[in-house]
Design a protein around this ligand. Structure first.
Ligand SMILES: [Zn+2]
Ligand SMILES: [Zn+2]
Length: 107
């Protein structure tokens, strides 16, 4: 991540336009390298002994909180969509759903 790119990324975050980062050629290039390294396999499924093709590449430390790591190879891993949703409970409202489910179970 060069200082120029980091400044641009910080600007996107300030403007709430992080989605634009995912169109950068630097990100596309990194993403394809990450997928290749992990054979395009979901790393969470792999940890669970399953084999799934990855649907996307996830940032371990979020772009918003750690913009300086947005283009760091080690901060990225491929995941399938279901696993990616689990990594972002805040975004998909999973936490609430799980709680509700647990309450229903109990009663
Ligand atoms: Zn998975
Ligand atoms: Zn993610």
């Amino acid at each position: 991540m060069t200082p120029t790119l980091l400044a641009q990324l910080n600007q996107l975050i300030a403007n709430d336009e992080v989605a634009k980062f995912y169109q950068w050629k630097q990100w596309r290039f990194l993403r394809s390298r990450v997928r290749k390294k992990y054979n395009n396999e979901c790393q969470r499924c792999k940890d669970l002994g399953k084999q799934s093709k990855s649907d996307m590449v996830h940032h371990e430390k979020s772009v918003r909180d750690y913009p300086e790591l947005a283009l760091s190879f080690d901060n990225c891993k491929p995941l399938c969509n279901p696993c990616h949703n689990l990594e972002h409970p805040e975004k998909f409202g999973k936490v609430k759903k799980v709680k509700k489910f647990m309450n229903e179970e109990r009663w």
